[in-house]
Design a protein around this ligand. Structure first.
Ligand code: UDP
Length: 418
């Protein structure tokens, strides 16, 4: 697996680390459990990182030196792709020919590396985009910076070169075909999973105690990378609107924002705190740094609902994890979120980002315990349909198909040459 710009060893929820890191780590571990050895190539960001790290039995992370030992912005990474590719090819050259059977690249930067390695090694390239620049640019938050043309062109090249493309949802599969000219037969929609052993329903009381939250609080939570695209500001505006309509809630309302700055959010890391002050809800909003898995479980269980107000979301793992913990989700009706959340069944989908509409949706769940309980039970059931085991089953099927097609094409070329 190639994961150039972010490592599965990083804590997700800030900077470049998010759902893709979880995806790579979980599918690699699931593959290893089935006897498929996985090596994940990622860029070294510190001189302390050993060249090889065992993430789990059968999963090795290879730190490739490409550029300085420090985090680089995404705009700086394309210039390091040549060095990274060279590191990948050199690592392979230490082995006997045919060491790797297949390459799975994650995000377009890795796709650029994968396409060259594929040609050198004669193995198929499977690519997952995770997010697409054209889709993101069509749904930007007000004032947010669009993704650059370099990325759009790079993605188009990877789509044209990859043997198979994996999309998170049928909507994303269609976007690859309609916006990027992918061959429909090369695109497979495979839903991501959720760790159903970690994310389970549990005692809200104990989780509130663990987080130091009052038992009678109305808790609205957001978890993820803090950036305009993820729209945590929509939740804050909606909470302020809710308090305007229901001022008696003020002593009990808690808006929990979990995560760290990321993307264009890095330019104004204090913006959300300033917004809370200017909306007059500073006392209601609590910020927590990115939380590792077990602590995140407490956040989900403690919350009356989890909000996912993103302007775009290829899928939205947070929505699935919250539901697996028995917490209904209020999500924007965009991208993959209508797959992750079933409107009126496991949560609510809001068609706009307006404060009034969001405030109504929050109130409809958080202030109606009977409705909340009903959706909470459905949420657990809905989340159970997804698992990393199922995701990995589908990926391994795709790998097998890609390998067969690749070998057939190779045989055909050899016959023609003879
Ligand atoms: N996450 C985490 N700690 C946090 C916040 C988020 O571990 O404090 C993880 C979360 O469990 C989820 C991922 O980060 O698996 C975010 O994935 P999602 O698909 O929701 O968003 P993305 O980061 O891919 O945009």
């Amino acid at each position: 697996m190639l994961s150039v710009h972010t490592s599965p060893l990083e804590q997700p929820g800030t900077g470049d680390a998010g759902g893709m890191n979880v995806y790579v780590s979980q599918t690699a571990q699931e593959m290893a459990r089935r006897g498929v050895e996985v090596e994940v190539f990622t860029r070294a960001t510190s001189s302390d990182q050993p060249p090889l790290v065992e993430l789990a039995p059968g999963v090795t992370v290879r730190h490739v030196q490409a550029g300085p030992f420090e985090p680089l912005g995404r705009d700086e990474l394309p210039a390091q792709l040549c060095a990274f590719t060279s590191g990948v090819l050199r690592a392979e050259a230490f082995h006997e020919p045919g060491y790797y059977d297949l390459i799975h690249s994650h995000y377009w930067l890795s796709g650029q590396v994968g396409w060259l390695a594929r040609d050198r090694w004669g193995v198929p390239l499977v690519h997952t985009a995770h997010t697409l620049a054209k889709v993101k640019n069509a749904a930007l938050a007000d004032g947010d910076k669009p993704e650059p043309r370099t990325r759009v062109m790079g993605e188009e090249q990877v789509v044209a070169e990859a043997d198979c493309l994996v999309a998170n949802t049928p909507v994303e599969a269609r976007q690859l075909v309609e916006m990027y000219g992918a061959e429909p037969h090369a695109v497979h929609a495979v839903p991501p999973g959720v760790d159903l052993e970690r994310f389970t329903p549990g005692s809200q009381a104990l989780s509130r105690q663990a987080l130091g939250l009052p038992q009678d609080a109305v808790v609205l939570a957001f978890a993820g990378r803090i950036q305009p695209l993820k729209a945590p500001d929509v939740l804050l505006h909606a909470a302020a609107e809710l308090l305007r309509k229901r001022p008696e809630l003020a002593p009990r309302l808690v808006v929990l924002v979990v995560g760290g700055p990321s993307g264009t959010g890095l330019e104004q890391p204090q913006a959300l705190r300033e917004l809370a002050v200017s909306l007059g809800i500073r006392d209601q909003v609590r910020f927590l740094p990115p939380q590792p898995g077990p602590a995140l479980v407490d956040v989900y269980r403690a919350a009356d609902l989890v909000a996912v107000p993103s302007y775009n979301e290829s899928f939205g793992l947070v929505a699935l994890e919250a539901q697996a913990c028995g917490t209904p989700v209020v999500a924007a009706e965009v991208g993959g979120l209508p797959v992750a959340v079933v409107h009126g069944v496991s949560g609510l989908l809001v068609p706009s980002h307006g404060a009034a509409e969001w405030a109504d949706a929050l109130a409809a769940l958080a202030l109606r315990p009977d409705r909340r309980r009903e959706l909470a039970a459905n949420a657990v059931e809905h989340a159970r349909r997804f698992s990393w085991r199922r995701t990995t089953d589908s990926l391994l099927d795709i790998y097998a198909q890609a390998t067969r097609a690749f070998r057939n094409a190779l045989d055909l070329r050899t016959e023609v040459a003879v």
